[in-house]
Design a protein around this ligand. Structure first.
Ligand SMILES: [Fe+2]
Ligand SMILES: [Fe+2]
Length: 255
């Protein structure tokens, strides 16, 4: 396990090696979804943005689960590797709540998403997700939230294995969100919405991806099959979510 402080060049090099293990499938799915987004009627924006927002909030839950998986190796992983890894996992997690090292406290990403929702729909973000609803969009958000959490919480005989898989998944969450937000920002902008929610992510996602690859190499390596499996599984889950959203658009599943 490498616990030395890595340079930016080293992080980039390791990140490219892990990217080479991915297929590019989620990027294609996101691009396809963005291409179909103009077909969503404006009257359906509340439903669509609520369902998608459910999954977007689930990333906060995923970060919490991932952090637990690393700290749960307390008795079986090296002391220094563990705290360096935690530092790299907690930084992007804290960013979700507007806590950025060396910067004043920002808006939380949930606050920014709620503002985006209001600017797109003219309605306030609901204080709670409805327990029961006919909406296929919220069902889709809930299904993929559960699928991603289930991946991270699956049982492994060794806590170190679970942490390695979680760190691969975590890296893909951060690394793939760079392109995701580029696509989404361009798509929403073309529809007349220039959302601070998207821009905030565009500013920090590369930094987060650097933290995430730093966590991988502090705890394990990009050659570890469990890290690679975690990264591939997130790419597949992310593609699955956007593919389902695209199908909902193409099927006219609104209201
Ligand atoms: Fe975020
Ligand atoms: Fe991030």
């Amino acid at each position: 396990m490498n616990t030395e402080t890595a340079t930016v060049e080293e992080l980039n090099f390791q990140q490219e090696r892990l990217f080479a293990q991915l297929s590019g499938r989620s990027d294609q799915s996101i691009a396809r979804f963005c291409g179909e987004l103009p077909r969503v009627p404006r009257s359906a924006y509340p439903e669509v943005l609520l369902g998608m927002g459910h999954l977007y909030e689930a990333f906060d839950l995923m970060f919490a689960v991932i952090a637990v998986s690393v700290q749960a190796t307390h008795d079986v992983s090296p002391y220094e590797a563990r705290y360096v890894t935690m530092q790299n996992v907690l930084q992007p997690f804290a960013s979700e709540y507007g806590i950025e090292p060396g910067r004043p406290l920002q808006s939380t990403h949930r606050e920014l998403y709620a503002d985006f929702y209001t600017s797109a729909t003219g309605k306030p973000w609901p204080s709670q997700y409805p327990e029961k609803t006919e909406s296929k969009w919220l069902a889709c958000g809930r299904r993929w939230t559960q699928a991603m959490i289930d991946r991270l919480q699956q049982a492994w005989p060794d806590p170190n294995d679970r942490a390695k898989y979680n760190l691969g998944y975590h890296w893909a969450v951060e690394a793939l969100s760079v392109g995701e937000f580029d696509h989404l920002t361009a798509a929403w902008r073309s529809l007349g919405f220039d959302a601070p929610y998207m821009n905030a992510h565009c500013e920090v996602e590369e930094e987060h991806a650097g933290c995430a690859i730093g966590a991988v190499i502090a705890f394990s390596s990009v050659d570890d099959p469990l890290v690679v499996q975690g990264a591939r599984d997130h790419e597949s889950d992310l593609a699955g979510f956007y593919d389902e959203c695209t199908s909902l658009i193409l099927n006219g599943s609104f209201g």
